[in-house]
Design a protein around this ligand. Structure first.
Ligand code: NAD
Ligand code: DAU
Length: 340
């Protein structure tokens, strides 16, 4: 019998997908359940090798479907829940906010109810630094766990709402929870609507890369496998009720990121096309990860080693992203950017 049963929601997406593979390999004595609705952002081809493993299971379900989720939890009696499932793209939240509230807020509440009623012993809610809002360009300012929540986009507002529900289920019902708030991830299986994989895939096809505004906005980048290790640590060692920020001090302007990719691939910088800025575009994110470091975590990738590994992965795995950028993605791209 498996030592622990763990439910990973959103395990067909980018970070959840990497986390599922990380856990199946690291803990052969755990039973790892991947629950996912398989929206446009979810795909199971990334797990084709896992199908051979006897500690991996897939469940297709909507986290906001109360009846299905309650029944599943009552039947399976999970020990742990690690909750990634969400609508995750800021631009999509600007054009269509409603599904963000349904999935990110209502879906989280359904999972909290099911976890409480079935006796889950740890619920890790995977959140984002975007709930803190934005920082100015003073390099000595950082988000800490005490920074007030001040989300600016419909996406980050929906994530902040779910964070507050998770906190409330701990305070009210004593549900054993942790909340992690990570900076921007990058790495294998990153969906090419997001800046880094969008740039790599378009530059490889000699297509223009849309950079919002003047390209000076700053993000703090973390390799997805360092994020997975952080969540694993919080799951097993996190103090109940606590929030942990996750980040590796890798601040870069968007223009620096795009130019690094273009130069690594030996392509011309005139592929950059400055386009209309994102509405409410947050200026800068930067994480102070001291609390998590004190728990025993430190990142293994610098931005330089991580981006080199990631670019190589996209070169070696065209089969994965080429299937994704064909079809419906083309319609999304034209609607979003109005460029070919
Ligand atoms: P993603 O968009 O790549 O994957 C989301 C997954 O959730 C997909 O597989 C999708 O099918 C699934 N999903 C969506 N709605 C669902 C529903 N109603 N029921 C069940 N499954 C559903 O997202 P990601 O970038 O991997 O982000 C995962 C989590 O991490 C999110 O909660 C996000 O807020 C958080 N996060 C992301 C980043 C980042 O840089 N990408 C950073 C910090 C935190
Ligand atoms: O900070 C964590 C967050 O990082 C996560 O919570 C989100 O789920 C994740 O999508 C990401 O949000 P961002 O909005 O920061 O990521 P995105 O890749 O969309 O954009 C990164 C930066 O690049 C941002 O400043 C906007 C800019 N950008 C993005 C796109 C898609 C462009 O200039 N051009 C683009 O085409």
């Amino acid at each position: 019998m498996a030592q622990k049963k763990i439910l990973v929601t959103g395990g067909a997406g980018f970070i959840g997908g990497n986390f599922v593979q990380f856990m199946v390999n690291k803990y052969p004595d755990y039973a790892v359940y991947n629950l996912d609705l398989l929206t446009y952002a979810g795909d199971l081809t990334k797990h084709r090798e896992l199908e051979e493993e006897n500690n991996y299971f897939f469940v297709k379900a909507d986290i906001a479907d109360r009846e299905a989720i309650m029944t599943l939890f009552e039947t399976e009696k999970f020990d742990y829940v690690v909750h990634f499932a969400a609508e995750s793209h800021v631009d999509r939240s600007i054009t269509d906010p409603e599904v963000f509230v349904r999935t990110n807020v209502m879906g989280t509440q359904v999972l909290l109810d099911a976890s409480r009623k079935s006796g889950v012993t740890k619920f890790v809610h995977v959140s984002t630094d975007e709930v803190y809002g934005e920082l100015d360009f003073d390099p000595n300012t950082f988000f800490t766990e005490e920074t007030p929540l001040q989300p600016n986009s419909p996406y980050s507002a929906s994530k902040a709402s779910s964070d507050l529900l998770v906190r409330a289920y701990h305070e009210t019902y004593g549900l054993p929870i942790n909340i992690t708030r990570c900076s921007n991830n990058y790495g294998p299986y990153h969906f090419p609507e997001k800046l880094i994989p969008l740039t790599i895939s378009r530059v490889l096809n000699d297509e223009k890369v849309p950079v919002y505004g003047d390209g000076k906005n700053i993000r703090d980048w973390l390799h997805v496998l360092d994020h997975c290790a952080a969540i694993d640590l919080v799951l097993h060692e996190g103090v109940n009720g606590e929030v942990y920020n996750v980040g590796g001090h890798n601040e870069r302007t968007n223009l620096e990121v795009v130019k690094t990719i273009i130069n690594t691939l030996g392509k011309p910088e005139d592929l950059i096309e400055f386009v209309t800025d994102r509405l409410g575009h947050d200026k800068r994110y930067a994480i102070d990860p001291t609390k998590l470091e004190n728990l025993g975590w430190k990142p293994t990738y610098t931005f330089e080693t991580g981006i080199a590994q990631t670019i190589q992965w996209y070169l070696d795995n065209k089969w994965w992203w080429e299937q994704i950028i064909s079809g419906e993605y083309q319609n999304y791209f034209i609607k979003q950017y109005n460029i070919k």
